[in-house]
Design a binder for this molecule. Structure first.
Ligand SMILES: O=P(O)(O)OP(=O)(O)OP(=O)(O)OC[C@H]1O[C@@H](n2cnc3c(O)ncnc32)[C@H](O)[C@@H]1O
Ligand SMILES: [Mg+2]
Length: 203
């Protein structure tokens, strides 16, 4: 018997990655992954937290409370060393327009345009939160380290992928295949960790 698990994200491209990542884990056979389009609409909650974990919990708690389903949520973003960890939790709306990936990544390039190659490090962070209907909560956080290049490359993935080269790679995370990105990404690592907790609970 499978358990319905709500993926509480309104980012369609992130949802594609979350479904793919969780389906490939041991929990994949135990849960039926559903998205916000599969439940009665509820208002988006303001991500008022100052950390990825806080925001992921805000989103997962809301989903569990609104639907009574076990709910996972992802809060993630790009932390640039030369910007003291920003855009961070403001990644989705860095340019002032939520979800405008092109404007967001261009603003980061403009902001660090004069930063030399050796100081263009950074990393993606993902906090994966799981809230059970009885209120129990778990959060797993993971990172993908790398550097910010000067000219966007690649069409895969989403967000800041075109300007991010993972450590040990030449390609940007937008030039990697979906499976190659999942294998090393902050989201892949965080949700594989959470999937172990889900599988233990539902075994
Ligand atoms: O909150 P939800 O509804 O999940 O959707 P969102 O797009 O608002 O998601 P976040 O608040 O977690 O913000 C994530 C932003 O960080 C960036 N980001 C996160 N993961 C990324 C990835 O794997 N590749 C590129 N950019 C990423 C991208 O700009 C996202 O818009
Ligand atoms: Mg968001």
């Amino acid at each position: 018997m499978t358990t319905r698990l709500l993926l509480a994200s309104r980012n369609a491209k992130k949802l594609v990655e979350l479904r793919r990542i969780l389906a490939a884990t041991s929990a994949g056979e135990q849960v039926e992954l559903i998205g916000l389009d599969d439940v009665a609409e509820y208002p988006e909650v303001p991500e008022s937290g100052l950390t990825f974990a806080e925001n992921a919990l805000i989103k997962a708690r809301e989903g569990a409370q609104q639907t009574g389903l076990p709910t996972v949520a992802d809060d993630s973003g790009l932390a640039v060393d030369a910007l003291n960890g920003m855009p961070g939790v403001f990644s989705a709306r860095w340019s002032g327009r939520h979800g405008d990936d092109e404007a967001n990544l261009q603003l980061v390039l403009d902001q660090i345009g004069d930063v030399p190659d050796e100081h263009r490090g950074g990393g993606f962070v993902c906090a994966a939160a799981l809230v059970w209907p009885d209120g129990r909560e778990q959060v797993v956080e993971a990172r993908m380290l790398g550097r910010i290049i000067r000219t966007p490359r690649g069409r895969n993935g989403f967000g800041y992928d075109p300007i991010f080269v993972p450590e040990g790679y030449q390609q940007t995370s937008a030039e990697l295949s979906a499976d190659a990105k999942d294998a090393i990404s902050h989201r892949g690592k965080a949700f594989r960790g959470l999937a172990d907790l889900i599988a233990a609970e539902l075994h």
